[in-house]
Design a protein around this ligand. Structure first.
Ligand SMILES: [Zn+2]
Length: 309
């Protein structure tokens, strides 16, 4: 529920749900289905409801919030009906199973079969969740998206067999050697201690978890503000980001790049394709070759392998 992960939800909802019609004769459907369904931890329903109410937001379409609740969590009431926002429908209170996981709490139709979503706890300084999107039938691709964490091992049982096609793991802080970042005064020990104290990871920890679960691809996100996005060209910022990727890659794959696989630091609007195995027929939505261009420099990633542009 930390602000850097939730403050964007309401602006996004306003866009998706549109403004109410100003035409007094406009058709108003009876019991319309929700336009969008939000899933999140305890409190996300109160958060969205409160901000919509306090900002006097009215929308044309309906939304619904389902809360993933641990044993000790208190659900946000949807009763009596007056407590709901005028655009809100009654959501589900989804309790975790005895082992603390939410397995298959929702599913949808994907291009090559159903996609099922699981969630489980990961360790941060406050309660935090990771999510798994998987195909239970062929081709059984699996995407693991973790929130803030200094140790995601509680969610391990959901991350294995099959292992993730793609793991997205935070790397908030990192030690950058003086040769790359001359103004850096922090030792590796200080960086690690600070990251752990704040409940976060360094690239090496992301790489180690990727190795533990046998991830086929690794993308690093939640990179701290002290490591700004590279501008065009090979400047210091670029070298810093490459170093963050190198550290994660080394922990994941052994000597960096030896396997030809690199961890990738995420950038805004990055796309990572997770292709079906070659035995599956390719289609337009799932090309066999995935690729992305790092706009900061002449790098292109093809199936997670780094090549010169
Ligand atoms: Zn965060």
């Amino acid at each position: 529920m930390h602000a850097d992960h939730t403050m964007g939800v309401v602006p996004m909802l306003r866009n998706v749900l549109f403004a109410p019609s100003i035409d007094p004769n406009a058709y108003v459907p009876v019991n319309p289905p929700p336009r969008i369904e939000v899933y999140g931890p305890a409190g996300i329903r109160t958060f969205i409801r409160s901000i919509l109410n306090m900002t006097l937001t009215k929308t044309g379409e309906k939304y619904i919030v389902h809360e993933l609740l641990r044993d000790e969590d208190v659900a946000t009431p949807c009763e009596p009906p007056e407590v709901l926002h005028s655009s809100e429908l009654v959501g589900r209170d989804i309790r975790c199973s005895e082992d603390g996981f939410w397995r298959g709490f929702t599913q949808g139709v994907g291009a090559l079969g159903d996609v099922v979503v699981d969630a489980g706890p990961i360790l941060h300084r406050d309660p935090c969740l990771g999510y798994i999107f998987r195909e239970p039938e062929a081709p059984k691709r699996k995407i693991v998206i973790l929130g803030d964490t200094y140790d995601p091992s509680p969610i391990l049982p959901l991350c294995t067999s099959p292992s993730p096609s793609l793991l997205i793991h935070e790397a908030t802080d990192a030690h950058i050697p003086r040769e790359i970042s001359p103004q850096n005064k922090r030792t590796p020990e200080v960086v690690l201690r600070t990251a752990l104290a704040r409940g976060h990871s360094i690239p090496e920890m992301a790489g180690e978890f990727a190795k533990t679960v046998g991830a086929e691809k690794l993308v690093l996100n939640h990179i701290g503000g002290r490591f700004p996005a590279p501008r065009h060209g090979r400047d210091e910022r670029t070298h810093v980001i490459r170093e963050i990727e190198r550290q994660a890659t080394e922990a994941w794959q052994g000597s960096a790049g030896g396997s030809g696989r690199y961890a990738m630091a995420a950038w805004d609007f990055m796309r990572v394709a997770v292709p079906a195995p070659p035995s599956m027929p390719p289609n337009e939505t799932h090309p066999i070759e995935s690729w992305g261009v790092d706009p900061s420099e002449g790098l292109v990633y093809v199936n997670n392998k780094r090549r010169k542009w």
